[in-house]
Design a protein around this ligand. Sequence first.
Ligand SMILES: Cc1cc2nc3c(=O)[nH]c(=O)nc-3n(C[C@H](O)[C@H](O)[C@H](O)COP(=O)(O)O)c2cc1C
Length: 336
Amino acid sequence: MPTPLTLGKSLTFDPPLLLAPMDGVTDVAFRGLVADVSGTGALGGSCTAFVRVSNAPTPIEILHKMLGTTCEGNSTNDSMSTPHLGLQIMGHNPSLMAETAVLAAEAGAPWVDINFGCPARKVCGHGAGSILLEDLDKLEDITRQMADACPVPVTAKIRAGSRDDTQIEEIAQRVEQAGAAGLIIHARLRIQAYSEPADWSRITRAVNAVSIPVIGNGSADTPELINQMFSQTGCAGVMIGRAALANPWVFRDWADANAGREITPRSEAEYLNWLRKYDQQMQAGGTTDHHRLGKLKQLAKAWSLAGALPETETRAALRADCDLDFYASLAKGNSS
Ligand SMILES: Cc1cc2nc3c(=O)[nH]c(=O)nc-3n(C[C@H](O)[C@H](O)[C@H](O)COP(=O)(O)O)c2cc1C
């Protein structure tokens, strides 16, 4: 088992396995359920999807919403809150981002992450996300202002570069010199978006360039691959994104595999049960019917592509206009 990972003086992730931020996917309900099915000793932490800072610091109410906390500091889904949930900030204005980082800590985030990895054209076009990998003075300035202002550890989530990976070492070192407590590196370039493969040697290069903890990310999709990322790269932690969308039990599977327990593939009924619980959590959080159905469809589609739900019934469920029809379509597959 890899040793726990500590950010700053005392924020310890044990095990050093994190659920990645995924905009539109890892909402409060999704994160809570992943934590719930992971149980103890499997999921060390997570991070919200990005909060976009443009012309003003983000109001604290929005930060509470992202974190799933009330203004009194209570969790909105107490039974299923994610351990060590960081808040991610994306933008191009260092001082506004720093002010938002301070508010994030006030809202209860135990750490704050900076998004230097988003490849979306509309984000990069505004000078934010992974285009900042082409402007290292700005990247360093943002990191420094946030790290200086914020009372909790600040990390930077980067890609291995914008157009090429020649500057990995310099990027990592600049982030470290600017005061970041850790570095998360997605082993693809900005121009590669999500194409395969992710080149893990880039993670090794970052690990060798700095002394702050480096968290590797990119296609660590199974317990075997997670362990391989640790052993091949020497990273202090691993962050998992799309594999948790395809299989929300991936953290549990990893812990079970490492403990020598057998991993049995989940049945269709277990996936359906997960959907229903997710639905209940969204309803409890006040998600609108339309939005809820969209989220259920998103998951069903991902699970059908991963082979966990049958294709024909899922296709019918994706055409449903209401949740009753959605579940009825999927139930046909489960009963046959
Ligand atoms: C739908 C989706 C949304 C994402 N949103 C974010 C985000 O808000 N912030 C971020 O840093 N990365 C985001 N990512 C990137 C992931 O955090 C991760 O770096 C990437 O998926 C590679 O990891 P994986 O191969 O384990 O999925 C997103 C990825 C996906 C697929």
